[in-house]
Design a protein around this ligand. Structure first.
Ligand SMILES: *Cc1c(COP(=O)(O)O)cnc(C)c1O
Length: 222
């Protein structure tokens, strides 16, 4: 089996090295281990190695895997990193600790209503469609400033920062730099950016959260 403890250490040391070389603070970078489509034994291996922050992209799959693990291990922090349909908002608010994919007003409104109902004020990230790709989720760059303030002021959401997935096959750094710019002008401190193939670049550009799946757990099932 993949040596998950070793992979976690390797990713963390790469983050630390890149941060140090580029004047970033490695202590401010959270490693979100993306556990979608990974077998429970691998998640247990990461938990046994002391890791606690995980990312899942589907509510249904997370619901099947995580409640038992959250009972067995203390202090798990679960991030939703995939698109969220409004009819799943209730379950998402109940299950997750951070929602990284707020990308449209209707979702922001429904999440805010659910959080009030459940008395769970979850931090959220606004997902930006940083490559202006038709098929990708995320609010358009030109609408980002208005949407961020709408989420904060109209819906009362605790906007922690911004999240993006750069276009596949392109050098990601310019997209990371633009995300950092949008965050800065909106007074947001947190940037969720970088995956297995590009998290070191993301750290270089100020990521405070990187989402690494295959780099920790190996290839996904299915
Ligand atoms: C799957 C996924 C990741 C992790 O991708 P890897 O290439 O396996 O590291 C990160 N972010 C999002 C939004 C994802 O859906």
């Amino acid at each position: 089996m993949t040596d998950i403890a070793a992979n976690l250490e390797d990713v963390k040391s790469r983050i630390a090295k890149r941060a140090k070389n580029w004047g970033q603070d490695a202590d401010k970078v959270t490693l979100v281990a993306v556990s979608k489509k990974q077998p429970v034994e691998k998640l247990q291996a990461a938990l046994d190695a002391g890791h606690r922050v995980f990312g899942e992209n589907r509510v249904q799959e997370a619901k099947e895997k995580w409640p038992a693990l959250c009972d067995a291990y203390e202090g798990v922090e679960l991030h939703l990193i995939g698109p969220l349909q409004t009819n799943k908002a209730k379950e998402a608010v109940a299950l997750f600790d951070v929602i990284e994919t707020v990308d449209r007003p209707k979702l922001a409104r429904i999440l805010s209503e659910e959080m009030k109902k459940q008395d769970r004020n979850l931090p959220v990230y606004i997902q930006i469609n940083i490559g202006a790709e038709d098929q990708k989720a995320g609010i358009a760059i030109e609408d980002a400033d208005d949407f961020i303030s709408q989420c904060q002021n109209e819906y009362g959401l605790t906007v922690k920062g911004l999240m993006c997935i750069p276009p596949a096959g392109e050098q990601p750094s310019p997209f990371f730099a633009i995300l950092a710019q949008i965050a800065e002008r909106n007074g947001l401190e947190h940037l969720s950016m970088g995956m297995s193939g590009d998290y070191e670049y993301a750290v270089q550009f100020g990521a405070t959260s990187v989402r690494v799946g295959t780099g920790i757990f190996g290839a996904r099932e299915g």
